[in-house]
Design a binder for this molecule. Structure first.
Ligand SMILES: Cc1ncc(COP(=O)(O)O)c(C=O)c1O
Length: 644
């Protein structure tokens, strides 16, 4: 009889689902979409209903069996539906609670996720709510107008505009959409009015305010008086006068402001809304009675690290609190000023799209400089520098680790200088490098056990020597905001969650770039420098990076020509594996990526063939070997740029 292998852990006890969820913060950042099953697999509950789930590991295994091994992006359209519903329900509840007499008319900013499967699902599920779209450029406007929105849906046109942009927007009004042209720069007003007159269309005009309120965190500079967009108070007054003079006063429909993305602190939201509502009320009092919308822009935050604080990758409020604050603040101000409340618009992007998309990638290998190294016997014949290094490496202890560290740094420089001068042999350099490794590992060890304050440079050293898991993916492609802005994304294994992990690791990707690493992880207490993962075995080990659905798709780049990863759309139709099915798999081949950068596969092949021909003519290589080179070239172009 085959004995079932007991799961080993540091204290001999397997990990329970709730312990695993706690360890990786899954129930904190997962918003009810993710949970751990008894089998240690990560589950996705795309509607948040307990009985409707898919097993991520099984999805990945299914894909792998069909030759679609990770890295892979998985999209969950049902999560899009759930988020759209929750957003609208939150506003409806707040509107009912505060007896607000206006409506909520949400729009989704296309720049946050412009992928066709996402937009088509968003439009489909948004129909009952009259959910609209926001465009910031001509391509985005083209998408908005051809997305199949319900007639009467709002389409908000932000961004810099030329004549073609304005004419297309006005055509949208002709087709029965409520297309609002937002005047972001004062000079745009003249362009819009001229086009409207020429086309005989009554435009819907919006003015973007340059509010003094600013968001928080990484996108703080999007708001404030120095922000790139928006009209000053004087420009707004002038714009109202111009519209009145030219017979377009009744076309002023909307006031818009946007104080920044990912607003981490709820107080900043209230400040922005209060300022925007004050503008609205004063303009109504001045006679702008056609004003019917107030658009609070984006900024609704996502709690990426699960800490529910105002830290950069989190936010200290819920969706319901956000809706309450917007509705209550606008109502309070309008009541005080004796003007009717506006219909409310938000352009929440990240909060709607972030959850629906995740990436799974495999860990290829473990790298560590802390692994035991062989140190040869250092004899009298070795250079003095190596002998002194050996003495330092031998003497490291809890009291002198800082001193030893400085000693080692000095010896490294000396060793390199001596080698370049030709005074060290290869054997001496090899012994020296191993002594350095041993000394550094001991320094970090004694620094930690000493209980003393750890100097900054040794803290850095600890990170540098921490073991690294090499992951088959590109951070630049999958999580550009992590690299560019230091934003945290939740990361966790998608299986083996019933085993207690005991390896502290950082992650590196397969790009040849030292920035291709993850060494900050969300934690409720503080950001952690390492992630606790499982020991690698002779079988695939998969990690998931979550909440990637906002901004990452389009910002992802092709560093090292690692192209777009495969994608699958996953639907849950019942509890567990038999009901789940991937419906679309896409894979960008190496040849396709090369074409993107102007390397025409046909021309490449012709030049490669010429090199084969040259080798054949030189007569030193046999036919079979040459045939092999041809096959190797074709195989790479037809295959994935990632490790397979
Ligand atoms: C004008 C405008 N609206 C909406 C958004 C979307 O913001 P978020 O994704 O934070 O909701 C942005 C993004 O910065 C924006 O610039």
């Amino acid at each position: 009889m085959v004995k079932k292998r007991a799961k080993k852990s540091d204290n001999g006890r397997p990990m329970t689902p709730s312990e695993a969820e706690d360890l990786y913060g899954i129930h904190r950042w997962g918003a009810g979409y993710f949970a751990v099953g008894e089998d240690g697999h990560l589950r996705v509950h795309p509607t948040k209903e307990p009985e409707l789930w898919v097993d991520l590991y099984q999805v990945v295994e299914k894909l792998r069996r069909k030759n679609n091994a990770p890295p892979v992006i998985l999209r969950f359209p049902q999560i899009v539906g759930t988020q759209v519903r929750l957003l609208h329900e939150a506003f409806q509840k707040s509107i009912a609670e505060f007896e607000y007499e206006g409506a909520y008319r949400g729009v989704f900013p296309i720049k946050v996720n412009q992928m066709e499967p996402f937009i088509s699902e968003l439009v489909r599920v948004g129909k009952p709510w009259g959910y609209g779209l926001e465009a910031g450029t001509k391509p985005e406007l083209a998408v908005a107008l051809s997305a199949g929105l319900k007639q009467g849906s709002l389409i908000i046109c932000n961004g810099y505009k030329d004549r073609a942009y304005v004419e297309l927007a006005l055509s949208g009004n002709v087709l029965g959409y409520d297309v609002v042209l937002i005047v972001e720069k004062y000079y745009e007003l003249d362009l819009i009015l001229k086009c409207a007159r020429r086309m005989g269309v009554r435009p819907m005009l919006g003015f973007r305010l340059k509010v003094a309120a600013r968001g928080t965190g990484k996108w703080e500079r999007s708001g404030g008086t120095a922000s790139k967009f928006g009209l000053t108070t004087a420009e707004i007054l002038k714009a109202v006068d111009v519209c009145t003079e030219k017979g377009y006063a009744d076309c002023i429909k909307l006031l818009h402001f946007h104080i920044g993305s990912q607003i981490t602190d709820v107080r900043r939201i209230k400040q922005g809304v209060r300022e925007g509502a004050r503008f609205y009320a004063l303009l109504r009092q001045k006679g702008c009675t056609s004003l019917e919308y107030m658009d609070c822009g984006g900024g609704l935050g996502v709690d990426y690290d699960g800490s529910r604080t105002a830290s950069d990758s989190s936010c200290n409020y819920s969706l319901r609190e956000y809706a309450n604050d917007v509705v209550y603040t606008v109502k309070e101000l309008c009541d005080e000023s004796g003007v009717p409340v506006p219909n409310l618009v938000t352009e929440s992007g990240r909060a709607v799209s972030a959850y629906h998309c995740l990436a799974v990638f495999g860990v290829e290998e473990q790298q560590t400089i802390a692994a035991p190294v062989e140190v040869p016997e250092i004899t009298e014949g070795f250079d003095r520098c190596i002998q002194e290094l050996a003495a330092t490496a031998r003497d490291v202890g809890p009291k002198n680790f800082a001193e030893c560290y400085h000693d080692v740094v000095q010896r490294i420089e000396e060793m390199h200088a001596l080698f370049n001068l030709g005074r060290l042999s290869l054997e001496e350099r090899a012994a020296g490098e191993n002594l350095v490794k041993k000394a550094l590992v001991d320094i970090v060890y004694y620094a930690k056990v000493s209980g003393r304050r750890i100097p900054e440079e040794i803290e850095q050293l600890e990170k540098d020597i921490a073991q690294k898991y090499v992951c088959n993916m590109s951070i630049f492609q999958l999580m550009p905001d992590l690299w560019a802005l230091g934003q945290l994304f939740p990361i966790a294994p998608i299986h083996r969650l019933d085993e207690r992990p005991d390896e502290w690791t950082t992650l590196v990707d397969i790009t040849c770039d030292s920035d291709g690493k993850i060494d900050k992880f969300g934690d409720v207490r503080e950001d952690a420098d390492a992630l606790r993962l499982h020991k690698l075995r002779k079988e695939p080990y998969y990690l998931g990076a979550f909440l990637l659905g906002a901004y990452q798709d389009v910002m992802g780049d092709f560093h090292n020509m690692l192209g777009e990863t495969k994608e699958a759309i996953v639907l849950a139709a019942g509890p567990g594996e038999p009901e789940l099915y991937p419906v679309k798999v896409k894979c960008q081949r190496t040849g396709e990526v090369l074409e993107l950068f102007g390397h025409r596969n046909k021309d490449m092949r012709a030049r490669f063939d010429a090199a084969i021909e040259r080798a054949r003519n030189q007569g030193e290589t046999d036919r079979a070997t040459l045939k092999g080179t041809e096959r190797a070239f074709d195989r790479v172009l037809a295959g994935t740029p990632y490790l397979s």
